[in-house]
Design a protein. Structure first.
Length: 291
């Protein structure tokens, strides 16, 4: 058993123990009437919690294809942990609700299986899951930040090696045109050298096109949507969505900055910083690694 698996088991064991300890203190589900038998019920709830954790791990690993890994970056770890909680919380609530019905309803009639009992159990487990998640996030905060800084450092090193956009695309079997005309839903349009494109930003019903022209920064407003612009620029693999409001030309990124858990792209020439959302970070990294 490797170190990662041991740590996973340890985390699940401690998390489940925390859940059972909270239940022992606050005594929901009519536990106070069971006297010494309550300890047996708590032990059974602990076992159900562990079983639920390992079922969730199996679902993540073999169905969702998300194995536990520290090599895929902080955004992957956070995303995986969130999915773990979203699956495990209703599952463990269901198991506890069934246990209440079959093992704890003889003395406490309110433990009978019902939608209201499930919602009650789900609310309790969801609160405990949230508290446990905050604990582990705080405990591993320094590790996550160190990993994020190291990841950013490696990406910046790769960023410096990126070819210009026209060189990158002409290496493909289907070279793309260097000059491109972007059009809106009305008559306005802008013609630019694709390698001079800096970024696009959604501004209400318009898209701001920031680009270079004769060494100067120009901005043009097109009445269109980011989705339409993304489809137009799809053949250019170095132009990616970094945020729901931004498309960026990665060859015009001077530096990737990590600050307090957030990632930003510092753009050349204009020195503006564009945010990178967690959901788009994988796409940005993939584009940089691809070239």
């Amino acid at each position: 058993m490797n170190k990662s698996h041991k740590e996973t088991i340890s985390i699940r064991f401690i998390s489940t123990a925390f859940m059972v300890l909270a239940i022992a203190i606050f005594k929901p589900f009519g536990l106070e009437v069971w006297q010494w038998q309550a300890y047996i019920h708590l032990l059974c709830l602990f076992t159900l919690g562990l079983v639920s954790c390992f079922i969730t791990e199996i679902i993540l690993r073999y169905i969702l294809r998300m194995p536990r890994s520290y090599d895929r970056g902080v955004s992957y770890i956070i995303s995986r942990n969130l999915r773990f909680q979203l699956i495990n919380t209703p599952l463990v609530a269901l198991l506890i609700c069934l246990y209440r019905h079959y093992a704890m309803s003889s003395l406490v009639e309110s433990n009978q299986l019902s939608p209201s009992n499930y919602l009650e159990t789900l609310a309790i487990i969801a609160f405990l899951s949230f508290a446990i998640g905050l604990y582990w996030r705080f405990k591993f905060r320094s590790r996550y930040l160190a990993m994020e800084l190291e990841e950013t450092k490696l990406l910046n090193e790769q960023l410096k090696k990126l070819p210009s956009i026209n060189a990158a695309e002409t290496q493909s079997s289907h070279p793309l045109q260097e000059e491109l005309t972007l059009s809106g839903t009305t008559n306005e349009s802008v013609t630019l050298q694709i390698s001079h494109l800096l970024y696009l930003e959604a501004v209400g019903n318009y898209v701001k096109v920031c680009h270079l022209r004769e060494g100067q920064i120009h901005t043009d407003m097109l009445r269109t949507t980011m989705k339409q612009m993304e489809e137009t620029l799809l053949p250019y693999s170095m132009i990616v969505r970094c945020h729901r409001a931004f498309l960026v030309n990665l060859t015009q990124v001077e530096q990737i900055i990590s600050h307090s858990g957030s990632i930003q792209l510092l753009i050349k020439h204009c020195h503006e910083s564009l945010p990178v959302s967690r959901s788009n970070m994988a796409q940005v990294k993939a584009a940089i690694n691809r070239h």
